[in-house]
Design a binder for this molecule. Sequence first.
Ligand SMILES: C[S@@+](CC[C@H](N)C(=O)[O-])C[C@H]1O[C@@H](n2cnc3c(N)ncnc32)[C@H](O)[C@@H]1O
Length: 365
Amino acid sequence: MAIKDLHKTPFDEGTITKLEIFENYAKEWLPTFIVGGHKELWIFDFFAGTGYDINSVAGSPIRILQQVKNQSGNIFQKKTKINICFNEFDKQKFGLLQQSCNQFVNDNSELLRMNINLQFRNSDFAELFPKTLSTIRKYPSLVYLDQNGVKFLADKYIDDLEKTTTTDFLCFLSSSYVLRFGNTTAFQSNLKIDIERAKQNPYKYIHKSILEQLREKLPPNTKLSLYPFTIKKNANVYGIIFGATHPRAVDKFLKTAWKKNSLNGEANFDIDDDVNKNQLDLFEKKKLNKIESFKQNIRKEILEGNIKTNKEAYDYTLKQGHISNHATEEIEMMKKEKLIHYAEKSPLINYEQVYKNNRIINYQI
Ligand SMILES: C[S@@+](CC[C@H](N)C(=O)[O-])C[C@H]1O[C@@H](n2cnc3c(N)ncnc32)[C@H](O)[C@@H]1O
């Protein structure tokens, strides 16, 4: 599988999906920390490319700058310092990257006036990353690892990111590569994945299978949560791995992912054939789609007494890769059916009530 040079061709649909997820996440991430009063933030785009594709469609660096610009009101008010590190290894692309970003800043007076520290690096990620780790650990940081292939999804980087507490990262990988090259010594010394096990599931699940194995390798007491978003492009499977230690970050990523695909929140296609499950078969019982199964499961957990509070319901919802709305709808339904009772108007399943306001309520059966 030859690695395509993204910048000499138009971005394809899958690439646009990836970029939109990257951008939409920045859109959610920035105000959280700016309005939250953090004085200094960092964004690292370690594989930044040139800024635009051949048709002037914006790549990750320009999208990041656009989102920073959109936050200018909050940034001025809170006097936040925004640091952005754009790195690109290829010399020629690096020149274009600087040119496109500087041009964008010059064309947008808000960016010129704000306290923004733009750093351009022309380094190999493997060399640059260790040098940035102390900054990543110290400040709220958003890290993009938009590599070609899979090389930089290595155990050593995951170990480093696992130890950070204020970092959210989005890592792109060509999951199909893992199937092809995963058994080679070079690959296994970088990232230990059981390829035979990953192959047991249908090919479309390869990204999800890799992620499941990565989760299992995390230390037992880890705070890091990992979530997949599979991107199919023709015959190949790619994907994003999102990682963060804070439930607020997970909440925001899941909202971004479900906004991208309201059927499953985890792929740019109908990965579980949910559309077909909606069709009633005369001879078979109706199969539940992803949202319906989640609702059935959370109902069961509540009725069996395993989930007793809004906090437990919220944590369960995030863990299952769902958004608050799905749980709220089901629990409201259970109240209507008089299966449970809670004193408030709504079941209070959201980040603000559970973690920010510490407003914990009981669901009585
Ligand atoms: C998938 S592209 C990134 C696309 C970019 N995020 C965008 O939106 O246009 C990967 C980029 O990483 C660069 N690259 C490859 N190896 C690298 C390395 N070791 N360190 C840093 N950059 C590298 C490539 O030149 C390429 O531009």
